[in-house]
Design a protein around this ligand. Structure first.
Ligand SMILES: Nc1ncnc2c1ncn2[C@@H]1O[C@H](COP(=O)(O)OP(=O)(O)OP(=O)(O)O)[C@@H](O)[C@H]1O
Ligand SMILES: [Mg+2]
Length: 219
């Protein structure tokens, strides 16, 4: 299995500290190579929290989160950073591209630890995402959809085993969102990257292999 969540429980403290709010209540989910799953559910149901736990960005209270067979919920910060860099790609609703870097430089950021000839790979992936004429543009010179595609290129540059995307089409119009869904699914199948996609769009969810609904802490 590429991604395996076992009996994940996550609570957050209530603001007055009186009690803890149950967000994820014993969630289990597994994804093999090349599988895709859409997570849908009401606002506040814990989709982002679940994605962050799968991506190693947040620890669960209890339960296990495995990537490629290793439990990331028990790793130290250094080891975890390495696993995130090598095995996991993340795309957030907002693209978080660095404004002072061109698209090419942005996409190369995850490869900086390796310092080998990655520029061609970065250019290839930007080309694949329809941005071959935008390599030396800055994010501010591009449309929201173009920036979001560049954020995907950055998440994919190290060929992760798992791609976690949190409402990546939230700021796109319907047609652009469907186009993005198609592209994502293609990459998921071609590269065999496991894909967890959080979305409010039923259309986009239907483009994935399966859809799971998060509600009252349960999938
Ligand atoms: N750091 C935090 N401290 C306390 N509560 C939090 C924290 N992060 C999230 N929560 C709470 O956890 C719940 C789930 O949040 P989460 O962001 O996972 O929801 P979501 O399903 O992604 O919602 P949306 O569709 O609006 O993005 C919410 O009720 C939120 O208030
Ligand atoms: Mg969310």
């Amino acid at each position: 299995m590429i991604c395996e969540l076992r009996n994940i429980v996550k609570t957050y403290p209530a603001p007055d500290g009186s009690e803890r709010l149950m967000i994820l209540n014993d969630i289990s989910l597994s994804l093999d190579k090349g599988e895709s799953v859409a997570i849908v559910g009401p606002s506040g149901s814990g989709k982002t929290t679940l994605l962050h736990i799968a991506a190693g960005l947040e620890p669960p209270d209890s339960g296990e989160a495995l990537i490629d067979g290793c439990d990331i919920s028990k790793m130290g910060e250094r080891e975890l950073a390495l696993v995130r860099n090598r095995k996991i790609g993340v795309v957030f609703q907002r693209h978080y591209l660095l404004p002072q870097c061109t698209l090419l430089e942005n996409v190369l950021i995850p490869t900086l630890p390796y310092r080998n000839e990655q520029a061609r790979a970065a250019a290839d992936i930007l080309d694949r995402l329809g941005l071959s004429k935008r390599l030396n543009h800055f994010p501010a010179q591009l449309s929201v959809g173009e920036c979001q595609r560049a954020a995907f290129a950055r998440a994919l540059i190290n060929r992760p085993l798992l791609l976690c995307a949190d409402e990546p089409t939230g700021s796109l119009d319907q047609a652009a969102a469907v186009e993005m869904g198609k592209l994502l699914y293609e990459i998921n199948k071609e590269e065999q990257t496991a894909l967890i996609l959080v979305t409010h769009s039923e259309k986009l969810a239907a483009q994935m292999d399966r859809t799971l609904e998060l509600c009252d802490g349960k999938l």
